[in-house]
Design a protein around this ligand. Structure first.
Ligand code: NAI
Ligand code: NAD
Ligand code: ISE
Length: 340
């Protein structure tokens, strides 16, 4: 059976996901597309040369021939689309963040809870990256002893004028907030933000770079740097320091140059290339599960809720510059496996 997808939001990543489902992955087709700007949806369909229908979101969700939706609109629009899709009985793959507010995430967790089974997978694709998976298995096997500290770096080459200080958390740091608790198997207790000197390349309203300190419930301390105008490219690093050794994210495969007395290596310029295999793997897994009428197995609405919960504490910490606690207001639904 081929899964018929509806795509909501045809910006940068919406078009990327449409292309990978059409040209690379097995078992899915893009059958319907919408965007708040319908001409953007039409352009995306024409560029890809597919037959998908183009209509407003309400009609897309009412279309019984659509099995699942991919929500790739901007973050603040996710909640309304996820809730409407669950109500229409569609499986949902939603890009991160699940929603930009804690209350919005709670409403989504509760909507799934009413149905009593998972319908939602969140696009925290790093869990499907082979480097992160290798890191997790080293920590889990216990060979290095318990993890004590984690050092993360998240750098983008540049951002545009619409990118704000809060987006450094809600749009960018959320990846570390999700993947680090998954790596070390522990939840966050408190967070703090520290602002270094600003780069001259940040626009006036943006604090860049930023550093976040996170303490987990068992006392692991994570330092996470977000620097979104680093100029030289897309650079993601992670080192876990344990009692008897350290383990680091492997450098991605890229050519090395030896030329003119220098030894150089190419740096990816954005997320599209750096995590291409992980995006393929997360969507293929989603398709495979939906095809078998199974619940999605990737990051859950509960994972999305916990990432936004920690993100909201980080936004408070940006303002207070003190420690802020991370306290869930709802409990984990029983049908979501009890893993961190
Ligand atoms: P974008 O700005 O390029 O595209 C967003 C699209 O959504 C635009 O075409 C816009 O017209 C449309 N849109 C906005 N509100 C809408 C609504 N209510 N209904 C329908 N369409 C709507 O943004 P981009 O970079 O594609 O990001 C989209 C989402 O993907 C964000 O949630 C972002 O966090 C996530 N993302 C995830 C990445 C990852 O590594 N997992 C990488 C890049 C983006
Ligand atoms: P984008 O701005 O390029 O695209 C967003 C699109 O959504 C636009 O076409 C916009 O018109 C449309 N849109 C906005 N609100 C809408 C609504 N209410 N209904 C329908 N369409 C709407 O953004 P993007 O870079 O493609 O990011 C989109 C999402 O993907 C964001 O949630 C972002 O966080 C996420 N993202 C994730 C990764 C990742 O590494 N996982 C990378 C990039 C983006
Ligand atoms: C973008 O939305 C992503 O998710 C990228 O992975 C991240 O590096 C970037 O900062 C975000 O804007």
């Amino acid at each position: 059976m081929t899964i018929r997808f509806g795509v909501i939001g045809t910006g940068a990543i919406g078009r990327e996901h449409m292309r990978r489902i059409t040209q690379k992955l097995l078992g899915g087709e893009i059958a319907a597309v919408t965007d708040i700007d319908l001409s953007a949806a039409r352009k995306a369909v024409e560029e890809l040369g597919i037959e998908a229908r183009i209509y407003p979101e309400e009609e897309l969700l009412a279309d019984r021939s659509i099995d699942a939706v991919i929500i790739t609109s901007w973050g603040p629009a996710h909640e309304a689309s996820v809730l409407a899709a669950i109500a229409a009985g569609k499986y949902v793959f939603v890009e991160k963040p699940l929603a930009t507010t804690i209350e919005g995430c709670e409403r989504i967790v509760q909507a799934e809870e009413k149905i009593g089974r998972r319908m939602v997978q969140v696009g925290y694709m790093r869990r499907y990256d082979r480097g992160y998976q290798a890191l997790k298995s080293v920590v889990a096997c216990g060979e290095l002893g318990s993890p004590l500290m984690v050092r993360c770096t998240h750098r983008n080459a540049a951002v545009d004028e619409r990118y704000t200080t809060e987006m450094a958390v809600l749009d960018t740091l959320v990846h570390e907030l999700d993947v680090t608790r998954w790596l070390v198997g522990d939840d966050y207790a408190e967070v703090q933000a520290v602002f270094p000197r600003r780069t001259k390349y940040a626009h006036e309203a943006l604090q860049d770079p930023q550093i976040f300190l996170l303490r987990t419930q068992t006392g692991i301390v994570i330092t996470a740097e977000v620097f979104v105008n680093c100029r030289y490219g897309y650079d993601i690093q992670c080192e876990i320091v344990c009692e008897e050794g350290t383990v680091s994210l492997p450098a991605e495969a890229s050519v090395e140059f030896k030329h003119d007395a220098l030894h150089k290596r190419a740096v990816p310029q954005d997320w599209k290339l750096r995590f291409a295999d992980a995006y393929d793997a997360e969507l293929q897994d989603f398709i495979n599960q939906v095809e078998r009428c199974n619940e999605p197995q990737g990051p859950s609405a509960w994972d999305g809720y916990l990432a936004t919960l920690a993100a909201e504490a980080c936004v408070r910490a940006q303002k207070s510059q003190g420690w802020e606690s991370v306290t869930p207001g709802i409990s984990q639904p029983k049908f979501i496996a009890g893993r961190v």
